[in-house]
Design a protein around this ligand. Structure first.
Ligand code: SAH
Ligand code: SF4
Length: 398
């Protein structure tokens, strides 16, 4: 039984009512289902238990290991059964509204859910790896002041199918089926797209279980990182039930500054957060916790801040590395990025304190794909539309 998440005051997720998405043709989508769920669906559609179990196993393999979207290719399932499957089911993918490629090779996809919500995923190729940045929610309820996603009004949790669907879509685009252990372009996953993954715990867990299954998408938990802004009550469960690498958006070392930047800090303060990090199952010197720290000019980037950061991480004996993120600007943001010299000095102090503190190279800034820049075109449009309407009203003297 899952214990419901405690309600964190005014920054609680706003549930957006959502009818279960039923396809117009009545067929059920198999994307994102576990073996047990597949078995249940097959039984519901009329297969006897033994058949349902066998077919579920076969379907699961075709879906997650081979990337099949068409029942016709499933050679170990008798041909006579293919039309029956196609009559009852589909194997879907998120709808792609738009794809963009940055001058640095970063790719961003704007995706749309069947009920008309937009979300984004980003693929960041490097010489030795390829990282997919996956969204967990449409928008985010947490209103961190330096993050564009936090200004979105629309919020809903993505389903497990929509989360794992991002990975499968990327595999389609990269031509990486069937799953292979070697020579992949997509090697790493970061839950760092839109949304707070620990506010959508069950769906994120179920999706990542499919991603990590060795017979399916087969990405090791060591190559997956979940980033949280600090939802303390869910961190232990994340370690136990998902077990991926943890990244924590710290961004400030005093209550005053972190309260401003990450309002969730008013609910779960720095000490409590670091204690939860120290207790994170699976964290050790070989698997360090990443502390993300956005560099904001004159707000959180002094030498004193850097020294305090070292003190805090040492005090809690954390197997830590610090990731310094140059602030990525967006229209209307109230912050500026720290100067390169300031960032270097900040980084040096942390290194001297015995903690690694590389500076993250911004990727995909020209297509608004960098950290904190994700905000869907549809939302931007609706804002633009609103502005136009306001201007028209003003002109009309209303
Ligand atoms: N909601 C989760 C994960 C998504 S954000 C979280 O907050 O951890 C991924 C990282 O990008 C977080 O560390 C976030 O704080 C950071 N970020 C957000 N806006 C940013 C911006 N404008 N510039 C640089 N980093 C930003
Ligand atoms: Fe949400 Fe993370 Fe952005 Fe904060 S930084 S508003 S938690 S997506």
């Amino acid at each position: 039984m899952n214990v419901p998440m405690p309600i964190p005051g005014h920054i609680d997720p706003v549930p957006v009512p959502r009818d279960p998405v039923v396809r117009a043709d009545g067929r059920r989508d198999l994307l994102g289902r576990s073996k047990d769920e597949l078995r249940g669906l097959l039984a519901e559609a009329g297969l006897d238990p033994k058949q349902a179990k066998l077919r579920a196993k076969q379907l699961w393999h075709w879906i997650y290991n081979r990337g099949a979207t068409d029942f016709g290719v499933m050679t170990d399932i008798s041909k006579t059964m293919h039309p029956w499957l196609a009559e009852h089911f589909v194997i879907g993918r998120p709808d792609v509204v738009e794809g963009q490629v940055s001058s640095d090779g970063t790719r961003k996809w704007l995706l749309r859910s069947p009920d008309g919500h937009d979300y984004e995923m980003v693929f960041i190729p490097d010489a030795d790896r390829g990282t997919l940045c996956v969204s967990s929610q449409v928008g985010c309820t947490l209103t961190c002041t330096f993050c564009h996603t936090g200004t979105m009004r629309l919020v809903r949790n993505l389903t497990a199918g929509e989360i794992v669907g991002q990975v499968m879509l990327a595999r389609d685009a990269l031509g990486e089926w069937p799953s292979q252990p070697e020579g992949r372009l997509l090697t790493n996953i970061v839950m760092m797209g839109m949304g707070e993954p620990l506010y959508n715990f069950d769906n994120v867990r179920d999706a990542l279980k499919l991603v990590m299954d060795g017979d399916g998408l087969a990405l090791s938990k060591r190559r997956i990182t979940l980033s949280t802004s600090g939802v303390v009550p869910m961190m232990a469960r994340a370690g136990e039930e998902i077990g991926v690498n943890l990244a924590v958006s710290l961004h400030g070392v005093t209550k005053e500054v972190r309260d401003e930047l990450v309002p969730l800090n008013k609910k779960y303060g720095i000490e409590e957060l670091l204690a939860a990090c120290a207790a994170y199952p699976g964290a050790n010197n070989a698997r360090r916790i990443t502390f993300e720290y956005v560099m904001l000019k004159g707000r959180n980037d002094s030498d004193e801040d850097a020294r305090e950061l070292v003190r805090l991480l040492r005090k809690h004996k954390l197997p830590a590395k610090v990731n310094l993120i140059p602030f990525n600007p967006w229209p209307g943001a109230a912050y500026e990025c720290s100067d390169p010299d300031r960032i270097r000095s900040f980084s040096n102090i942390i290194f001297e304190g015995g903690i690694s503190a590389p500076v993250r190279t911004p990727r995909g800034r020209d297509i608004d794909a960098a950290c904190g820049q994700l905000k869907t075109a549809a939302e931007k449009k609706s804002r633009a539309q609103k502005d136009r309407e306001a201007a028209e009203k003003a002109l009309a003297g209303v």
